[in-house]
Design a protein around this ligand. Structure first.
Ligand SMILES: Nc1ncnc2c1ncn2[C@@H]1O[C@H](COP(=O)(O)OP(=O)(O)OP(=O)(O)O)[C@@H](O)[C@H]1O
Length: 762
């Protein structure tokens, strides 16, 4: 064995010992928490805690902690910093990992990657060492240390350790070339300095991160969410963090990243699920999406609600228990004015409207009855009769109908006269784009309209007023605090170190308190206001979607990541300024990511060439590697697309064994391609999503947004552009999804191919 090899082996063995020690501590903590959880459960059953909710609140705490301890198992430890000696000549070796760990004597074993003491692991450079002499990456498989990768920042160390190179990028290259699984992984071990700066940036205002494809925007946004939850735990644990992405497929792709970073309490929503209880799909009609996305739609919804607060044209005769009373237009007008003056949402203001008219009608009825009977009648005794009389209910509903958002918007979008009355300024073309048959499924573009309507309508059954429920909540918190104080001693005696606060306990006791965590409560409450919102693929958002999100976080604490050039919207904003200023004013700042970690440089040159030929202004990030496989174009006019795709997949699978391959085809082509590929490769290996065992995934260009694969076969690029009404964004996105190899196939004549595609860079 050479000296270099044996020195390395010794280092590996040393690290294995230290890593095992940290895993042992993790295991011990798990056992400890399991025992505490079991004790809490037993205690609750025996009845010594106040009630089941209290027990549940503690149990939730331990379950969350346990879930965290189990989630961080994979690559628990990934880094080591060797620091300059202190005054006593002692050089600290600081281990960096997914969570912080101390031994039973409170000696630090592992520093949480988000802690300030871990910052240098990501930020130190030879020029700005920050007291770091060596940065070591530990590469683990399971609990075994497989490799290590050193970067020496202090040249003095090089003389001692000649088995390492000063600027090793091994860990990063291993990460970016690793086979993809169809699920995004975390990058915690290899976050780069420009990414780290964004992750650790302050929480206030909106931070916008622009970056070309593969620059790590999604990764950075998710790590930032984890960082903010760690750093501002007090505030954000209570108010919650919302992560928004473009589609359900995308949310599935990223859903494991935060749990792997030890964060389970984040609400994840796609544009179609932003309103609790709705699962809306994509809007199939681009023109409809464009009109529904305009800010003026808020005004349309306001008008649609106002339309349902109707006046009478002429008096209406109402039969109340055999006596006819007249409801006059002036009475309705007065009641409407007073109800509107309450400033409450439609359904809640309706109570005022009804109360006034019932009283007025009862007064009229009283006079009539007195006149006919000659005896005095008490008005208050008539109120119930008036309220429940069928004629009265019909008349009042006609004037001021209680409505749900679904009913209002469904009706508005399917009845032309209503729509024209609510939006008299819209062109015939816009009206045609909006109209659709009654009962059509909801789309993502409808969600902001529904949300706007929910805001204006309020609950159909008026809930207690804000002040009442607030006061009740305060009383609950006080009670909870008192019971916690009583409990404190007995918990300590039991060796339970939990910190359930009074708010948590009160929430568990309140109606709907079955929702145990902040995230759980927030996910089910449309009017929840979050402490921070992360928006991914933000270039896809319409002004109405921005308006909805701004409502979800009035503090306007946002992380917004995206790439303006990747938008598929017909009405894309064109700049962050245009997209964001209406909602954030000047309270947003722009950062840029400049390095592409996903695709080979030669693939990126091709994609940029196509985008630029279509006049799209694209960021051109520098790719970390040139790539091993030249991209290829197979154009065979008159050939069959399924044949060309099948052959291309076969070639790629020879080239890159064990690859996860995407076949990206125009939407209409998907079923035929799935069928043909299944015939060739077997049903289990080909599917629409990267399910376990699937090696070839067939997707439309829109569905690939944000995702990535080892190799990509992209079919019929000319039709992809046509389908997007000439916008080249979807094709650009599709061309930038591979980590290894890209093949484009087409059966079109060369003249029909998108500009810039034929000259394939070598
Ligand atoms: N510092 C890093 N270390 C290792 N891998 C990284 C790093 N940064 C990004 N990556 C990887 O690069 C790939 C692209 O990252 P990500 O999906 O976050 O990029 P993106 O900018 O959101 O891309 P797009 O806009 O094209 O969807 C992912 O596989 C991610 O894990």
């Amino acid at each position: 064995m050479t000296d270099v090899v044996s020195a390395r082996q010794t280092e590996l063995e040393l690290e294995q010992g230290r890593v095992s020690e940290r895993y042992a501590r993790l295991d011990a903590l798990r056992v400890e928490k399991e025992e505490q959880l079991a004790r809490v459960r037993r205690t609750g059953l025996e009845g010594s805690l106040q009630n089941h909710s209290e027990r549940d609140a503690f149990a939730t705490l331990y379950e969350d902690r346990l879930a965290q301890l189990y989630a961080v198992d994979e690559r628990l430890v990934f880094g080591r910093l060797d620091l300059d000696p202190d005054e006593d000549g002692v050089s600290e070796q600081r281990y960096i990992g997914r969570i912080g760990l101390t031994d039973p004597q409170q000696e630090r074993l592992l520093v949480d990657w988000r802690a300030a003491e871990a910052g240098a692991f990501y930020q130190a450079t030879a020029a700005r060492r920050q007291h770091v002499r060596r940065r070591r990456h530990l590469m683990l498989r399971g609990r075994e240390v497989r490799d290590l990768d050193d970067e020496i920042l202090d040249p003095g160390l090089l003389a001692d350790d000649d088995h390492i190179s000063p600027d090793s990028q091994g860990a990063l290259l291993a990460a970016v070339t690793a086979r993809r699984t169809g699920r995004m992984g975390d990058i915690v071990a290899t976050i780069q300095a420009e990414q780290d700066e964004i992750i650790r940036a302050g929480v206030s205002g909106a931070l916008v991160v622009q970056g070309g494809p593969g620059t790590g925007k999604t990764a950075v946004a998710l790590h930032r969410a984890a960082y903010l939850l760690y750093t501002h735990r007090d505030r954000l644990a209570r108010s919650g963090v919302l992560v928004v992405g473009p589609s359900t497929a995308f949310m599935r792709y990223i859903e494991r990243v935060l749990p792997s970073l030890g964060e389970t309490g984040v609400v994840m929503a796609s544009l179609g699920t932003l309103m609790p209880g709705f699962q809306a799909g994509p809007e199939p009609r681009a023109a409809a999406a464009a009109v529904k996305g305009r800010l003026e739609m808020a005004e349309v919804v306001v008008n649609a609600v106002a339309q349902r607060q109707r006046l009478l044209v002429e008096p209406r005769r109402l039969n109340i228990d055999g006596t006819v009373v007249k409801l006059k237009p002036a009475m309705v007008r007065r009641a409407r004015e007073r109800a509107r003056a309450t400033g409450k949402p439609h359904n809640e203001a309706r109570a005022t409207f009804v109360k006034i008219l019932v009283k007025d009608l009862a007064e009229k009825l009283r006079k009539k009855l007195e006149k006919s009977s000659g005896a005095p009648v008490q008005r208050d005794l008539l109120l119930e009769d008036v309220r429940t009389a069928r004629d009265v209910r019909v008349a009042l509903n006609l004037c001021w109908m209680p409505m749900t958002p679904e009913w209002l918007i469904g009706d508005l979008l399917s009845r032309e006269p209503l729509l024209r009355a609510a939006a008299p300024w819209l062109s015939d073309e816009d009206i045609a784009a909006l109209l659709r048959p009654a009962g059509s499924p909801w789309t993502e573009a409808d969600v902001p309209l529904l949300d706007e309507a929910a805001e204006l309508l309020g609950a159909v059954e008026a809930p207690p007023t804000g002040r009442e429920s607030e006061a009740q909540h305060r009383r609950n918190v006080d009670n909870a605090r008192a019971s916690l104080e009583n409990m404190h001693q007995s918990l300590e005696d039991m060796g339970i170190d939990g910190v359930v606060d009074a708010e948590q306990l009160a929430a568990a006791n309140e109606p709907g308190g079955v929702r145990r965590t902040t995230a759980d409560q927030a996910a089910h409450d449309r009017s929840w206001t979050y402490g921070h919102v992360v928006v991914d693929e933000a270039q896809e958002l319409s002004p109405m979607q921005w308006r909805l999100l701004a409502r979800r976080c009035p503090m306007k604490s946002f992380t917004v990541v995206g790439d303006i050039a990747q938008s598929s919207r017909l009405d894309a904003a064109g700049s962050w300024d245009a997209a964001l200023t209406p909602f954030f004013g000047d309270r947003w700042r722009l950062e840029e990511l400049t390095v592409n970690y996903r695709s080979p440089a030669r693939v990126m040159r091709w994609a940029a060439q196509v985008a630029q030929a279509a006049g799209l202004a694209v960021s051109q990030p520098e790719a970390v590697r040139e790539g091993d496989h030249a991209p290829e174009l197979v154009a065979e006019p008159g050939g069959t697309l399924t044949g060309l795709v099948g052959d291309a997949v076969a070639r790629q699978r020879d080239l890159v064994p064990d690859a996860l391959t995407a076949v990206i085809v125009p939407e209409a082509e998907v079923p035929a391609q799935v069928a043909a590929l299944r015939e060739r490769w077997g049903t289990a290996r080909v599917d629409r999503a990267p399910l376990p065992g699937v090696e070839v995934v067939v997707v439309s260009p829109r569905e690939t947004k944000g995702l990535e694969f080892d190799t990509v076969v992209l079919a019929a690029p000319e039709r992809i552009v046509e389908d997007a009404h000439g916008v080249v964004g979807d094709l650009y996105v599709a061309m930038t999804r591979c980590t290894q190899a890209l093949t484009i196939v087409s059966t079109a004549e060369e003249a029909r191919l998108p500009a810039g595609l034929s000259a394939v860079p070598r």
